[in-house]
Write a protein that binds this ligand. Structure first.
Ligand code: F6P
Length: 328
């Protein structure tokens, strides 16, 4: 049994999900609500992220409000990308609403943009704790963001199927996976599906170089080809057409899109979502202010929200290099 005690400083929290939905968000919500109730807190659920906060769309949550959700994709709280929250006026209004509602702390479940919104509120005096949840795995302060594992496995399974048809027709398949500014899904898919090439925003490569390599590999006897493109690198359809034109190899493009954002979360997303949700409330009960829950060295902890959001990317080409060595 836990030894944490509620000192009584925090009485009411609110929880919202914001930005792109991610599988496992429901496990986080469940853990936040149930841990908070365990410690005797009031919990408000905020609908549609910051948009719901700005319009006061909140409701009381209890242990039973989160029954039967741990296995479900999406977010029961709904989500949005709020343009109003990007303005100073919107941020002040949101902070004011938190005061009016008597919210002692706001739990923000989302990606970089959503937690940055939380930081703006923190600067206006609202106690905020962020929980990284995005399929993109693009928060540099945390080794993991909820939703990534499910998304990668969904994409990998889809690519396995594309590989079967690519093999049968001796074609080149160019598959675009999600990730506007981040190549993590693409890198993982490339490695786990044995792709020949991967294009990511962090490591831009000229299309002509990749095309020359495909041509060379075909000449060496390779009968089908797989290229993974991160959404942020773009132009997937045009790229596929160009490969066909230049090499004469039949080439097809597939854009996996939103199927990567849905589906029942994997055990990893449910487990880490539960632990991170618990940790957020424990941190608030312990009197911590303006934190972000992160995974570091396989352990979960909290760090200062501003420090977390300012961390530099640790991207290195190592994974890319290994993919290339293994794909020969
Ligand atoms: O949430 C992450 C993400 O799926 C990115 O990979 C993608 O670029 C973006 O969201 C799409 O956002 P929207 O749902 O607003 O189209």
């Amino acid at each position: 049994m836990t030894t944490v005690e509620n000192t009584g400083k925090i009485k009411k929290i609110a929880v919202l999900t914001s930005g792109g939905d991610a599988p496992g968000m429901n496990a986080v919500i469940r853990a936040v609500v149930r841990t908070a109730k365990h410690f005797g807190l009031e919990v408000l659920g905020v609908k549609r992220g910051y948009d719901g906060l700005l319009s006061g769309d909140v409701f009381d949550m209890h242990e039973k409000s989160v029954s039967d959700i741990i296995h479900k994709g999406g977010t029961i709280l709904l989500t949005a990308r709020s343009s109003e929250m990007r303005t100073e006026e919107g941020q002040k209004k949101a902070a004011n609403i938190c005061n009016i509602l008597g919210i002692d702390a706001l739990v923000v479940i989302g990606g970089d943009g959503s937690i940055t919104g939380g930081l703006k509120l923190a600067r206006l005096g609202v106690n905020v704790i962020g929980i990284p949840a995005t399929i993109d795995l693009d928060l540099d302060c945390s080794e993991y963001t909820i939703g990534f594992d499910t998304a990668v496995n969904t994409a990998m399974e889809a690519i396995n199927k594309i590989r079967d048809t690519s093999f049968s027709h001796e074609r080149c398949s160019v598959v675009e996976v999600m990730g506007r500014n981040s190549g993590e899904i693409a890198l993982w898919c490339a490695m786990t599906c044995g792709a020949e090439e991967v294009l990511i925003p962090e490591n831009p490569i000229e299309h002509d170089i990749i095309i020359a390599e495909i041509f060379k590999n075909r000449a060496k006897g390779k009968r089908h080809h797989l290229v993974i493109v991160a959404e942020g690198s773009g132009h997937t359809e045009e790229f596929a057409k160009k490969i066909e034109q230049v090499t004469g190899i039949e080439t097809r493009a597939s854009i996996l899109g939103y199927l990567q954002r849905g589906g029942s979360p994997t055990a990893m997303d449910r487990r880490l979502g539960s632990l991170m949700g618990y940790k957020a409330v424990e941190s608030l009960i312990n009197g911590e202010k303006n934190r972000i829950v992160v995974i570091k060295n396989n352990d979960y902890k909290t760090i200062d929200i501003e420090e977390g959001l300012n961390q530099e990317s640790t991207y290195s080409n190592k994974t890319y290099d290994i993919i290339k060595i293994l794909s020969v």
